[in-house]
Design a protein around this ligand. Sequence first.
Ligand code: SAM
Length: 472
Amino acid sequence: MEYNPKSLKAEEFINDGEIRDTIAYAQAHKNDTALIDKIIEKAKLRKGLDHREASVLLACDDEEKVKEIYDLAEQIKKDFYGNRIVLFAPLYLSNYCVNGCLYCPYHLKNKTIPRKKLTQEEVAKEVIALQDMGHKRLAIEAGEDPVNNPIEYILDCINTIYSIKHKNGAIRRVNVNIAATTVENYKKLKDAGIGTYILFQETYNKKNYEYLHPTGPKHNYDYHTEAMDRAMEGGIDDVGIGVLFGLDNYQYEFAGLLMHAEHLEAVHGVGPHTISVPRVKHADDIDPNEFDNSLSDEMFCKIAACIRIAVPYTGMIISTRESQEVREKIIRLGVSQISGASRTSVGGYTEKERPHDTEQFDVSDNRTLDEVVNWLMRNDYIPSFCTACYREGRTGDRFMALCKSGQIQNCCHPNALMTLKEFLMDYATEDTRKIGEAMIEKEIANIPKEKVQNIVRERLVKIEQGDRDFRF
Ligand code: SAM
């Protein structure tokens, strides 16, 4: 198999030989200061790096150079994303699953976990609970089960979610994380108005992938790996990729992730909208120590920094699998979206106490959404509930064009402030509101165009008077 980023065959665009050569190359050059300087200089142009160059930076352990890499990642994040952090929550629809994934408690052979699938009434209740926290953006999650969770069920749920308008609440963007499917089904998801289609590769290492997915449709590595091409063919141009760190060695996954991004760009003219960096966690009958590829918090942060530098236009997502402490470190280095107040069980949001029985994994950050918003602002980040881009048709290459033109500051920044204002009015505690109002006042000055500043001020008054959902 020859490496070919333009190929539509999984094993050619994610090429085992190329990944192994890349890792060897990175090891051989990890102390090559001249080369590292050259790569850092290239990265400063903010046009990204290829998987080989980025792998050299990841391997580099020269303290001074690593600091330069971290500083550059932080700067690139500031340049492209400012100090905004977009918030979302996962919504688990069903844990019925016919796959045999060794790391996931929803695997078919798990007879201890109660199986649950939300009815449309239950979906509505979950959505009301999520709206009452202040969420505007969801990622729906389901196991793979053509009988219990067919595409029609997923589409019904999306319709229900968008239809619920409770008090001032609304879910304005539904991202979808369901198993690899057909072009026809991707078209249906597109027509249902989804935001991003998210699918984690779990691991790019085919041999290990097949071992970790011994049974069920997910066993098919090629079908899974080529899913994003089918999604694009079905008209979805915002796709989110990721690996489950801990399953295979991180150098392999890192190179694989970037090769996947390069492939999407080469074939479809647009890279992934987001990259997620989940790590395997304890869950029901799953012990993460059984996979001996766990990585230190430090290396995890370095991966995030190198992703930030390699693909500056791609959003990066960190979930509540990580603790507050790790989230604090990693956000600084390049994360643009985080989940908050997540419950990873089916029907979890309508329960008073966090239920554990149907959980997909243990959550490390257990704070409420108000606490997360408060914490972000205390760390000088603007919590954003913005969902404007795809509703304004700014997806795929149009979104990338916005990023590249630097217009984000006239668009995303005011949208962040206006959606934060909505949160403060409708859901925040007194303390959060106080901090938030001061932050909005301070941040209006950072909108480059005076005209836009004035419009924002007018709209903030209107939000106070009860209007909602303004956007640029
Ligand atoms: N079932 C869908 C599929 O086949 O892609 C995706 C939905 S699944 C609910 C979402 C993701 O959770 C999986 O892709 C996997 O990466 C992650 N996950 C599964 N088990 C996990 C665990 N024990 N710890 C952390 N994340 C896990």
